[in-house]
Design a protein around this ligand. Structure first.
Ligand code: MG
Ligand code: MG
Length: 250
């Protein structure tokens, strides 16, 4: 069952999302060649705690960090580590969740480390564009397939691979709720209703669609070793249109 968020729940989700956005604001500032993913994790943890929230990812199915930090060919679920440092030319996707008074904000963003090549720039731009194309379809009366299709069209236009095994999801009291949202058309005619909250999160690849999971049982990478980008917002369908919760509250 897909639950509809009440006014009060939406208020708390915006608060949780604001905290997640504060983390991203800081990530953008501190990501530079030489910083380790453990340092980034510590910074995220501090911001979440200071704002009286709980790092949603920490301990989730045993995950050891507050953020997922996935570099270059890594798609998602990279584990923060002091020995993993970014270098000039890398792209790094930071995925972070915060739980505030029981409600979750979930958002991922890909960042360039210094100067990156044209292919990576193109990939990041298209993935972000596909996210906003998806968000635009998060409207009462549309279907889940409208979102999936909008993401897919942007990916196909640029000739990018679309990760198939992972996708968006309902979010609220839990990080992962119904429904699952594909990043390509599957014919899901589920109608979006007022109060549905979904984390929309395209993962696009420079090369093929296929991914592999590392021996650590977390890190997902592209099968061909080419770069991947990931952008995600938590979005609620409201009478006024799509409401992105994971942004800085004015
Ligand atoms: Mg996420
Ligand atoms: Mg998510």
């Amino acid at each position: 069952m897909i639950n509809r968020k009440s006014r009060e729940e939406i208020k708390l989700m915006r608060h949780a999302g604001h905290i997640v956005a504060l983390v991203h604001q800081k990530m953008k500032e501190v990501i530079e060649p030489g910083i380790s993913t453990k340092e980034l994790d510590d910074i995220a943890h501090k911001i979440i705690k200071e704002n009286r929230a709980i790092p949603t990812f920490l301990g989730y199915n045993g995950f050891p960090g507050c953020i997922c930090a996935s570099i270059n060919e890594q798609v998602v679920h990279g584990i923060p580590h002091e020995n993993v440092k970014v270098k000039e030319g890398d792209i790094i996707a930071i995925d972070v969740g915060a739980t505030y008074r029981g409600l979750v904000g979930d958002s991922a963003w890909s960042y360039a480390v210094g100067e990156i090549d044209e292919d990576k720039k193109r990939l990041m731009k298209a993935t972000e564009e596909s996210l906003y194309a998806g968000i635009e379809q998060m409207r009462i009366g549309n279907t889940l397939d409208d979102i999936s299709g909008a993401v897919e069209d942007v990916a196909n236009k640029g000739g990018f691979g679309i990760v198939r095994q992972y996708g968006g999801h309902g979010v609220g009291h839990n990080m992962h709720e119904e429904p699952f949202l594909f990043n390509y058309r599957v014919g899901d005619r589920t109608v979006i209703k007022q109060g549905y909250a979904i984390a929309i999160e395209p993962m696009l690849n420079l090369g093929c669609d296929e991914v592999v999971v590392a021996d650590d049982e977390w890190t997902v990478s592209t099968a061909d070793g080419k770069a991947s980008a990931h952008f995600e917002h938590t979005v609620i369908a409201t009478e006024d249109g799509p409401l992105i919760t994971t942004k800085i509250m004015e």
